[in-house]
Design a binder for this molecule. Structure first.
Ligand code: PMP
Ligand code: GLU
Length: 409
């Protein structure tokens, strides 16, 4: 009998599809293939200079020792001020814990609050890691579908129908990865009023795309609503707004009890995150904010471009996304079609494209464009394309996709 050295919890875990597709595209590139990578969601801009300067200064000033586990107080204060200024929250610095990216912040909060057997309600499509983090905690993800016909958003009634006696947490993300959907003030108000009726449920609001929002009203944070403040946890970070994905700084802000539990967990797992990166993040929050608007303007232009080009492709269905840097077209018109394959002896067969993952693989292999299948976000029948790429890359990718899809029979 074959035995595995790998723990059941990891054997059960799905690989991060966003990172896997990006890795595949890097491997093809290294092998000399000209791949356009629209799979991973990461700004293609360089980190603004004043932030890089702050990091260099931190190295020279010997920020080379362990930081406090929840992060430097000066950064936690900068975050608390940012949350007060931009999101109208009342969190104190003591309620903020800095971690290695918003990813670790989310994972920390889930592990620190959710018990095995609990249920965690997640509207889908949702970012690839939510479900796996919940399962790692031994809890059960309860998925609430929010397909394109409803703007990729759930109504309070749909969300409430999923809440049971076992519900420990609801996870929300606006602007959304992967759909780009943004809940407006009225919609958030509606969700808050419903959630206020369920005081046992922790609300985990992932606001990492708050600054990549194209609506006139801008970002509406769950932090603005005092009726849920006693059990709201906000997760955010510098990766997207300041083009700092590699620096790995994110944070949670929430009830003191949860911040303390997260600190305890982090103290036994990773300790305080990178000292130099923390000083860079502090400069991001305290320094000039024009860079954020400049990047938003570029993302808006690219969004308009990619949507225009996607609409020229027969069978792709999509609406104009209101935030983040992804389009999430519905692609079911192409599922069930096939690729003509010619064998060495000249005979021809047709290989069927059954799932959205088959389609993403076909586009990677035949069009050399990396995308991510909707099923990775728990909503099959879609593809996610990141437009955090140059205009030329977007034009090239969309023209290749159009040609490759036209070849399907
Ligand atoms: N939440 C969402 C919705 C994301 O798309 C990402 C992307 N990486 C993260 C959290 C994590 O961000 P990071 O760890 O880079 O701060
Ligand atoms: N959040 C980004 C994405 O969805 C980065 C990759 C990841 O961490 O999953 O592509």
């Amino acid at each position: 009998m074959e035995t595995s050295r790998i723990a059941e919890r990891i054997r059960q875990m799905a690989v991060s599809a966003t990172l896997a597709m990006s890795q595949k595209s890097s491997e093809l590139k290294a092998a000399g293939v000209d791949v356009v990578n629209l799979s991973v969601g990461e700004p293609d801009f360089d980190t603004p200079s004043h932030i890089k300067e702050a990091a260099k200064k931190a190295i020279d000033e010997n920020y080379s020792h362990y930081s406090p586990v929840p992060g430097y107080m000066s950064l936690r204060e900068a975050v608390a001020e940012k949350l007060r200024r931009e999101n109208k929250t009342a969190f104190e610095a003591a309620q903020v814990v800095v971690s290695t990216g918003a990813k670790q912040a989310l994972s920390n909060v889930i592990l620190a609050t959710v018990n095995p057997g609990d249920e965690v309600v997640i509207p889908v499509p949702a970012w690839v890691s939510y479900v796996e983090m919940v399962k790692l905690a031994g809890a059960t993800p309860v998925l609430v579908p929010a397909p394109m016909e409803q703007g990729f958003k759930v109504t309070p009634a749909q969300l409430e129908a999923a809440i049971t006696d076992k519900t420990r947490m609801v996870m929300l993300c606006s602007p959304s990865n992967p759909s780009g959907a943004v809940y407006d003030r009225e919609e958030i108000q509606g969700l808050v009023e419903m959630l206020a009726r369920h005081p046992r449920v922790i609300i985990l609001s992932d606001e990492i795309y708050e600054h990549i929002n194209y609506t006139d009203d801008g970002h509406v944070s769950f932090g603005e609503f005092p009726e849920i403040a006693d059990r709201l946890v906000i997760v955010n970070g510098v990766s997207k707004a300041y083009a700092m994905t590699g620096w790995r700084i994110g944070y949670m802000a929430g009830p003191l009890e949860i911040a303390k539990a997260v600190t305890k967990l982090q103290g036994q797992t990773t300790s305080g995150t990178c000292s130099v990166a923390q000083k860079a993040a502090e400069a991001a929050y305290r320094g000039p904010q024009e860079c954020v608007d400049e990047m938003l303007a570029a993302f808006r232009r690219r969004r308009d471009l990619i949507v225009e080009l996607a609409r020229e492709i027969p069978g792709l269905k999509l609406d104009m996304p209101a935030g983040a840097f992804y389009i999430f077209p519905e692609v079911s018109a192409y599922l069930g079609k096939g690729v003509r394959v010619t064998a060495d002896d000249g005979s021809e067969t047709v290989k069927e494209i059954v799932t959205d993952s088959d389609l993403a693989m076909y586009l990677l292999e035949e069009a050399h464009v990396a995308t991510v299948a909707g099923s990775a976000f728990c909503l099959p029948g879609y593809l996610r394309l990141s437009y955090a790429a140059s205009d030329e890359q977007i034009r090239e990718a969309m023209s290749r996709i159009k040609a490759a899809l036209a070849r399907l029979v």
